[in-house]
Design a protein around this ligand. Structure first.
Ligand code: SF4
Ligand code: SF4
Length: 141
């Protein structure tokens, strides 16, 4: 089935680990007059040792630990899929609203989409794309 798919593409090679995107997302989700980085729907994992950075954008919620034993290779480095999984999951402390623990999911900064993280990424590591695609699962919707 063809469907309009909206997504943010990540170029890991261009990411500097500056974390501007995390701040931008927190700013787009201000509550009670405060900016809290824990409200960010994007998290950048910084590997200081190897100098690699991996932005992850929050996706669907899962209420149980998965049984995935998959692996993915990025820039010659192998990760288990749990490490860079986008889900808000009971196994990881990321992507839950502080205080309520409600799962957070990227909203592409509302409707029509206007991703704040993309605007603030001066390294061009994030790119918003809206295309017609043959889909099984819808990404970021
Ligand atoms: S703003 Fe861009 S370059 Fe900086 S950490 Fe986020 S994705 Fe990486
Ligand atoms: S598109 Fe908006 S909600 Fe999604 S990660 Fe970027 S700043 Fe956060």
């Amino acid at each position: 089935m063809k469907q309009k798919v909206r997504k943010i593409l990540i170029d890991f090679d261009k990411c500097t680990g500056c974390r501007h995107c995390e701040t931008a997302c927190a700013l787009a989700h201000i509550t009670e007059d405060s900016v809290n980085p824990r409200f960010s729907r994007i998290k950048v994992f910084v590997d200081l040792e190897k100098g690699n950075n991996y932005p992850v954008i929050s996706g669907p919620y899962t209420d149980a630990k998965c049984t995935s034993r998959g692996y993915v290779t990025i820039k010659g480095e192998t990760f288990d899929t749990c490490t860079i999984c986008r889900a808000a999951c009971p196994e990881k402390p990321f992507f839950f609203e502080p205080g309520t623990e409600v799962p957070l999911k990227c909203d592409l900064c509302c409707e029509p989409p206007d991703p704040n993280c993309v605007k603030w990424c001066t390294s061009d590591a994030l790119k918003f794309e809206e295309v017609e695609e043959e889909v099984d699962d819808v990404v970021n919707e």
